[in-house]
Design a protein around this ligand. Sequence first.
Ligand code: ARG
Length: 446
Amino acid sequence: MAKKLWDKNSNINPEIERFTVGLDRELDLLLARYDILGSIAHSTMLESIGMLTRDEMNMLHEELRNIYAVAERGEFVIEEGVEDVHSQVELMLTRKLGDTGKKIHSGRSRNDQVLLDLKLFTRKEVQDVCKAVKELFDTLIEQSNNHKDILMPGYTHLQVAMPSSFGLWFGAYAESLADDMLFLQAAYNMCNRNPLGSAAGYGSSFPLNRTMTTELLGFDSMNYNVVYAQMGRGKCERNIAYALASVAGTLAKMAFDACMFNSQNFGFITLPAECTTGSSIMPHKKNPDVFELLRAKCNRLQALPTDIIMIMNNLPTGYFRDLQIIKELFLPAFTELKDCIKMATYIIERIEVNKNILDDKRYDLMFSVEEVNRLASNGVPFRDAYKQVGLAIEAGTFEADKNIRHTHEGSIGNLYNDHIKEYMYSIYYSMDFEKAIKAERTLLNA
Ligand code: ARG
């Protein structure tokens, strides 16, 4: 039996087949459930425009829901000789329903099918990433509030510079995640528009009802122009990748800080013992491997937008098989990032903070600016105060007064964590995931 949708009784060279199918038979498994959802919506629409009878539609829906259940159990397979998920689902329908199965491809192409699958997949994955980011954010804010009075040195050029605090350190990463959430939101909104009906990239002569599939699939709107809808392949992935890279950047930086602060030469924090690993030769070692791996993975994720750009950037209008390769980079990125966020949350919750860092004399000089400011507040011109303190330091007579008062917005004594939280929550809670979730549920249960 011919298993290629495009088979016209010619011979297929197995080497060429291996090369063109690539990793699709494996990677497309991640898209299976979304391909089926798309087919339920598409066949509903075909019935509404008279391309399928009510009975045909019902039979298709029943069988598609059966296949969905198979995919949900993790038992969906793309058979040997079948090119991709789209072909596999059509093959299964045709085996079961004969000619009715063969009708479902009217008015669409694998080009808009894969566009749709990718968007539905991405929508769900971004929802999960946002939830994970929000959890890490809440943990960081809590740790910031819990440690707001514990001072630590702040550095510039990795030189001891000015007093900082664990309240500031934890809170800084929380606020960074809030900005990352803004990227996720924009990318999500851009992704949440329906490409179905663009077919091969130029629409169809069937009177498709794209408004209907847009509503059935719970999209915010459609990609109106069919040529633009196809152009979204690669662009959507790239923009989502920017957002993922933004989160990854925050995590990688935090991981570096944590590894450094955990080193004996700093001794600012202790990572939970279970998150460290030993050495095969040095019996005393507790290495921060989890954060090191997380850092490397997150650094690699920051290359994702560039990797995607290298594949899609110089293509003219229309579909090209090049786009298939993007799936190899893009699809696994979500699991990778979610894994890193979860690890980071676990560690941050359990991190131990050294409360007596500043007892060490080596940090005394970071109070020099405090002294200058004290003099300046009492009327000494800043430059003169600076000179006076500088000379005292040179003469070895500077005495650090560690009672500091930082009161302005966002400073040690006034973290403004409520404002940071408000900023994050206003972004997070304005994202309407429910509409998409409900639409998909309805398609499966109607
Ligand atoms: N596996 C293909 C992809 O990811 C599906 C679309 C195939 N379309 C085509 N015209 N060959 O792009």
